[in-house]
Design a protein. Structure first.
Length: 170
């Protein structure tokens, strides 16, 4: 994630740029909430899609959507499609609950800056992958259940808190 711009001053959307130069905008508030817009410089085209469906379309993307920290943790080691089960859980379960929507909005507002720091530290990336990303992806691929969802909420929250603490240390 070479350029992460963060949230706009009004808190309506998050901006970032992928490694390939693709600019992205994800609305986190207002009438377009959940909409993901971007510009693909290679194909010289703009796109708009609902983030609620970007894990379903099977299209290989250069971005993991709004999974800032998980994308930074993966780096170049794994394809971003690796995150698809986790994204599916976030969009279909987590963001449909009141608590999940609050956590997700909080993550969108703070995840970009944390991801920038994490991406620069290979050992930290590996630790976060082993403790949070890989278990989260494996668990999210299992059959839906309340216990699975509780553990995924814990992985999401603890992973974010650990990543945030590490990013504050530098």
């Amino acid at each position: 994630m070479p350029n992460a711009y963060g949230e706009d001053k009004d808190g309506k959307f998050v901006l970032w740029e992928n490694k390939d130069g693709q600019s992205n905008k994800k609305y986190i508030d207002g009438p377009n909430k959940g909409e993901h817009q971007g510009y693909d410089p290679e194909n010289q085209r703009s796109f708009v899609r609902s983030s609620k469906r970007d894990w379903e379309d099977g299209e290989e993307q250069s971005s993991s959507g709004i999974c800032f920290i998980a994308s930074a943790v993966l780096g170049e080691d794994l394809p971003l499609s690796f995150l698809r089960p986790l994204k599916k859980w976030r969009y279909s379960v987590m963001e449909k609950s009141f608590l999940g929507e609050i956590l997700s909005d909080w993550y969108r507002r703070t995840g970009v800056t944390v991801a920038e720091v994490i991406a620069k530290h290979p050992r930290v990336r590996r630790l976060l992958f082993l403790l949070f990303v890989r278990p989260g992806v494996k668990l999210s691929g299992r059959s839906p259940s309340a216990i699975r969802d509780i553990f995924l909420y814990l992985i999401f929250l603890l992973g974010w808190l650990v990543a945030k603490a590490i990013s504050l240390m530098g």
